[in-house]
Design a protein around this ligand. Structure first.
Ligand code: HEC
Ligand code: HEC
Length: 475
């Protein structure tokens, strides 16, 4: 982990803890697998460290706070105190997008254009297992990424995903998802690399209810040329030979298991490459510059309610204990004690259920389809061993763009920001599984303070994604 990264995290924690009278601060220690340094953009006021022996407040007669970290000529922002101003500068701007070293195509524009086609492609979907707005039970070709990732943040307005049948969890936005590289992808962090996810999504009964062979056939029949241009190193095998390459199949199916291992390998490669193109596209979906960022950069105003909301966020509301740094998450897994509701399953053990699977996934960052297994190793080594302590934990999500991505939480349990703040006022939910995170405690916020917090969250909405990236370009 980069020293400056650790420093902003612990400084923020210390300040928030002081504000709400807690002792101790969990550093949420996951290895930093990003190649960016959030401190790099913050400038000289990051160091030296504030003097730990300084009391909370100097002599009130001294006039404006002589903050040791404020560089000469630097001024506090709006109505923020010097301390709040420094914290604001630690939470803005967004750092550069983390690299994806296990995917050589991650930043290739041709791969991104192909990935956009794949994002909207539905032909490779297997049969629906229930009637829904997607169609009738038994219909094929009805599911694309975009049916579940279609709001402004490329997330969903449905509490839980609706594919071939109900998915157990809520679809988060693809926008800015690349910044979760440190924690891993999905609410439970099931995937170490973003390109591994589509293989699983295609074959999940609840989502596409399809198979890698079917996906490979669609690539061969409809995308051979563009695929060949992007992935020239990997010529497509003769998928029109249905004896060698049956129309359907995945491991465990007789048709797949009877194939020549070299042909299985070639199909796996296609599906991994589809994932890499999809990742390249999703990396272009960004909403990173908001009114809050313009305010911190001195390029825009922020209404006072939102500024007070920021003060609460990093102060007495304690949000920053988990939603820290410029991506507004410490990339850890926590238990907010939420009940399962609606079409979600009655129990969800969260992180506990997946830590054992990440290292053995053949499509992970250290496997045969990784473009840099050595670069992927650090993440895998840092995955926690399974222990009861992980039960009921889910990834701390970003708060950026939350105002336009309701409903909230891993199963969309909370409909709006009002309800979300109420959860934190109550000090979390009833914790049907595992143990409530110790950083949660009941808050005393009045209606005006609630409105201020919401105004601040609204100020974190980034400029929208270019319309061209929302176009259905599938063949
Ligand atoms: C049935 C609806 C559905 C479809 C179709 C679907 N997704 Fe998702 N997506 C979800 C849900 C639900 C989650 C959260 C899964 C979890 O946490 O267990 C998710 C999670 C993700 C994430 C993780 C984001 C993060 O914050 O870590 C990415 C990336 C993603 N999907 C991309 C895709 C791509 C690419 C496709 C098409 C190949 C796709 N999804 C198809 C519902 C869907
Ligand atoms: C103990 C750590 C912790 C604290 C403190 C905390 N959060 Fe969260 N927050 C989380 C976790 C974990 C989730 C996801 C929980 C889940 O789905 O089970 C979450 C979810 C959210 C979401 C939903 C995002 C989405 O995409 O669904 C928002 C918005 C949010 N928090 C804002 C806040 C605000 C505002 C505060 C302060 C009042 C706060 N959080 C305090 C850990 C925390």
């Amino acid at each position: 982990m980069y020293p400056s990264h650790r420093r902003w995290r612990s400084t923020l924690c210390a300040v928030a803890l002081a504000a709400i009278g807690l002792a101790g601060c969990d550093d949420g220690d996951a290895d930093d697998v990003t190649d960016t340094d959030p401190g790099a953009d913050i400038g000289p006021d990051m160091s030296p460290d504030p003097d730990p022996d300084m009391g909370p407040d100097p002599d009130p007669d001294m006039g404006p706070d002589p903050d040791p970290d404020m560089g000469p000529g630097e001024e506090t922002l709006g109505i923020l105190t010097a301390e709040q101003t420094r914290m604001a500068r630690e939470m803005s701007p967004m750092p550069p997008i983390p690299g994806s070293p296990t995917n050589d195509y991650a930043d290739d524009p041709a791969a991104a254009a192909l990935g956009q086609q794949f994002y909207f492609e539905a032909d490779w979907a297997g049969p629906l297992q229930m009637d829904s707005r997607l169609g009738s039970e038994g219909d094929t070709g009805q599911v694309s990424c975009f049916v579940c990732h279609d709001d402004q943040t490329f997330g969903s307005a449905d509490p839980v995903g609706i594919g071939s049948r109900f998915h157990p969890r809520h679809a988060p936005g693809s926008v800015n998802a690349a910044w979760y590289a440190e924690a891993g992808f999905t609410w439970r962090g099931r995937f170490d690399v973003m390109w591994a996810l589509p293989r699983a999504v295609f074959e999940a009964g609840a989502i596409y209810n399809s198979s890698r062979l079917r996906v490979a056939h669609v690539v061969f029949e409809q995308y051979a040329e563009a695929y060949g241009d992007v992935f020239a190193e990997y010529p497509l095998p003769p998928l029109d030979d249905l004896d060698r390459f049956p129309a359907e199949g995945k491991p465990g199916d007789a048709a797949w298991d009877a194939m020549d291992p070299a042909d299985q390998e070639a199909v796996n490669r296609i599906v991994a490459n589809v994932g890499k193109a999809l990742e390249a596209y999703q990396r272009t979906l960004r909403m990173t510059t908001s009114d809050f960022d313009r305010f911190v950069a001195g390029e825009g105003e922020l209404d006072e309610s939102a500024q007070r909301g920021f003060g609460l966020f990093v102060g007495e509301a304690g949000c920053v204990l988990c939603h820290s740094g410029p991506f507004f998450t410490d990339q850890s897994y926590r238990n907010l004690g939420l009940e399962q509701t609606g079409d979600a399953p009655p129990m969800d053990a969260g992180r506990f259920d997946v830590v054992g699977a990440i290292g053995g996934d053949p499509f992970n960052g250290i496997g045969a389809y990784s473009d840099d297994p050595a670069a992927g190793q650090g993440f895998i080594d840092a995955v926690e061993a399974q222990s009861d302590d992980l039960i009921g934990r889910f990834r701390v999500p970003t708060v950026r763009n939350a105002a336009i991505s309701a409903p909230y939480m891993h199963a969309g349990q909370i409909a709006d920001l009002d309800g979300l703040i109420d959860l934190y006022i109550a000090g979390g939910g009833p914790a049907p599984m595992g143990t409530l995170d110790p950083a949660l405690m009941p808050l005393e916020l009045d209606a005006a303070q609630k409105a201020d917090l919401i105004a601040f969250i609204e100020a974190l909405t980034g400029d929208p994604v270019d319309d061209a990236l929302r176009a259905d370009t599938a063949n």
